[in-house]
Design a protein around this ligand. Structure first.
Ligand SMILES: Cc1cc2nc3c(=O)[nH]c(=O)nc-3n(C[C@H](O)[C@H](O)[C@H](O)COP(=O)(O)OP(=O)(O)OC[C@H]3O[C@@H](n4cnc5c(N)ncnc54)[C@H](O)[C@@H]3O)c2cc1C
Length: 551
């Protein structure tokens, strides 16, 4: 059974980006939020470190901007960086209003702010607001409580957005615009038509494209794939951040050991107990993530070991239990006492700096379609994200999108319900070969890890390109023959994102930030400021359009 459901605004995704936008947009009109699992199932819920913002005495917007630009390796859009850095404190105060209780400094610390501020790699000052080491969970819980009590917001859990509905897609004359999305009701069955004046993708990242990832299972790049299929411009997908330190334990699927541990003095050692990161960078353990991840990758390749070790035993048990309660407890459950033992760690795919290209107002190249949070490429992160900048980015862009949506208060929907056909399931039968889906899933994720991982070569990228072309054909055939399931939809989406990462990687013939290729090991100064764009079949490098002037 299929229905048509209308609202002023449609938001796909319920992490920090989707829910903070829902709260802002509810002040303008009615909002529907669709999310493919339970409401709090999101990368946001996993964030440990915190949110970077200038609160400390002696810190400044200029210093935060400088650190962000340094990490971004010549590809950040400075206008966006300045906007996010300057607005972050105000948006964090929104979170405080919505009920987030950030950790406060002990009373004896004479500080300009009551907040306890952490230090993370790449930051020249302490500026990370946190709630213990479960910041994301605390933020997500507060947002979930606020949206649940808001009468203007309707929540649709276990609803999977399949594809965007656009005028172009339906062959309508005139300029393109997004009118909503087709959404699979996972529990009741049926694909429903959601129509709205404006739609936002807040679907998060795509860590599941890789075999090893810190991301939760929802991170399958659905929003990036949907936007690409709808004809939107995407950018900078070769810049995948690998977090240097995921817990290495057969039972720990994706447990991250936060960067904040290194901020508090943790040392990386090999099995023989030798410290090795300083050989790669004089900043040692506090060098940006890509440098630390590559140093570990090289050390593992050199020694043939499976993991490296993080040692924070010097900080003492009382401090560690208070500052890192969750990590302490979780590691103990695997038989590792971080107060007395070294923690085994490996790098894992963590964050997509690239995504759906947006301007300063969060608008994509398809009118009435916005993107925000990890699904988006706003220009903030450039070639490498500075730690703890992504949660504030989502908040700042939620505000920007809501501001844009104010102009649509009395606009019509881009398509009337009568012009939108119901989803056509075609000749689809019940899926009877789930094993095929599992096999292809594993294949994509494994060759992405091996061929398109931390260190790349042109030959390996070419090999990955021909593998993904073959697999996409197979998935396409399967897709039209069988009834939709979340697994099949996610497989189709990770294959699209894998293809885009490979094409962006091949287009960039240099090493910069997170993209390292042994065939072009140096950064080419002539490519500074040139982002990688993908639109349809085209992948090309170009100077980022003057997005500030489009705002
Ligand atoms: C372990 C870990 C630690 C991190 N620590 C930090 C940190 O300390 N500081 C920091 O700034 N950043 C951190 N990050 C990054 C940060 O958490 C994410 O970038 C951010 O939470 C993304 O928020 P989001 O709202 O864009 O996406 P998410 O929080 O991932 O939410 C995406 C939502 O979209 C839904 N969705 C996806 N596809 C569909 C679909 N097809 N249909 C319907 N719904 C869909 C999902 O179910 C989910 O609700 C961390 C990330 C991880 C994984």
């Amino acid at each position: 059974m299929s229905h048509t459901l209308s609202s002023d605004f449609l938001i796909i995704g319920s992490g920090i980006a989707g829910l903070s936008l829902a709260l802002k947009a509810s002040e303008i009109g009615t909002v529907r939020v669709v999310t493919k699992r339970a409401l709090s199932d999101s990368a946001t819920d996993y964030a440990q470190g915190g949110l970077a913002a200038v609160f400390a005495e002696g810190d400044s917007f200029d210093a935060h901007v400088r650190d962000t630009l340094d990490a971004g390796a010549g590809l950040c859009d400075e206008t966006v960086v300045r906007r996010v850095v300057a607005e972050a404190p105000e948006r964090i105060n929104d979170l405080v209003r919505w009920g987030v209780r950030f950790s406060v400094a002990p009373p004896k610390a004479a500080a300009a702010t009551a907040f306890e501020l952490g230090l993370e790699g790449g930051h020249s000052r302490r500026r990370i607001l946190h709630v213990g080491d479960y910041t994301g969970h605390a933020v997500e819980q507060a947002l979930v409580e606020r949206v649940r009590e808001n009468p203007r917001i309707t929540l649709h859990e276990h609803h999977f957005a399949v594809d965007l509905i656009t005028r172009a897609h339906l062959g309508q004359p005139g300029p393109d615009a997004c009118a909503g999305a087709y959404v699979l009701d996972i529990e009741q069955g049926g694909v429903h038509t959601f129509l709205a004046r404006a739609t936002a993708l807040a679907t998060g990242g795509a860590g599941k494209v890789y075999l090893y990832t810190s991301n939760p299972d929802i991170a399958t790049g659905d929003g990036m794939a949907m936007a690409h299929r709808a004809g939107a411009r995407l950018a900078n997908l070769e810049f995948v951040q690998f977090h240097p330190t995921c817990l290495f334990h057969p039972k720990a699927k994706n447990f991250l050991i936060t960067e904040a541990l290194r901020g508090e003095g943790a040392i990386l050692k090999n099995r023989a107990g030798e410290r090795f990161v300083k050989k790669a960078d004089p900043r040692g353990e506090l060098a940006p993530r890509d440098i630390v991840a590559r140093a570990i990758d090289e050390e593992l390749k050199r020694t043939g070991e499976e993991c490296a070790f993080l040692d924070i035993t010097a900080r003492g048990a009382d401090f560690l239990r208070r500052r890192f309660p969750k990590i302490h407890e979780r590691c103990l459950s695997y038989g590792i006492d971080i107060t007395t033992q070294r923690i085994p760690v490996v790098p894992a795919a963590h964050y997509f700096c690239g995504g759906v290209w947006t301007d300063l107002g969060g608008s994509t190249t398809i009118p009435r379609l916005s993107a925000l949070g990890e699904v988006a490429c706003t220009g903030l992160h450039g070639a490498n994200r500075l730690a703890s900048n992504s949660l504030p980015e989502a908040l700042v862009f939620a505000q920007a999108v809501a501001r844009r949506w104010e102009d649509l208060k009395s606009a019509d929907t881009p398509l009337a319900a009568a012009d939108v056909p119901a989803w056509n399931p075609g000749q689809a039968r019940n899926p009877d070969e789930q094993v095929v889906i599992r096999q292809v899933w594993e294949e994509v994720r494994r060759f992405m890890w091996n061929y398109v991982g931390i260190a790349r070569t042109t030959k390996r990228l070419e090999r990955a390109k021909s593998r993904i072309a073959f697999l996409q054909k197979e998935i396409h055939e399967y897709y039209w023959d069988f009834l939709l399931t979340p697994d099949l939809l996610e497989l189709r989406n990770i294959a699209v994102v894998a293809d885009l990462v490979i094409r962006c990687g091949l287009a960039r013939q240099e090493s910069r930030g997170l993209h390292f290729t042994a065939d072009w090991p140096r950064t080419d100064p002539s490519l500074a400021g040139r982002a990688t764009f993908v639109e349809g079949d085209r992948a090309y490098l170009a100077n980022a359009p003057e997005i500030a002037s489009r705002d």
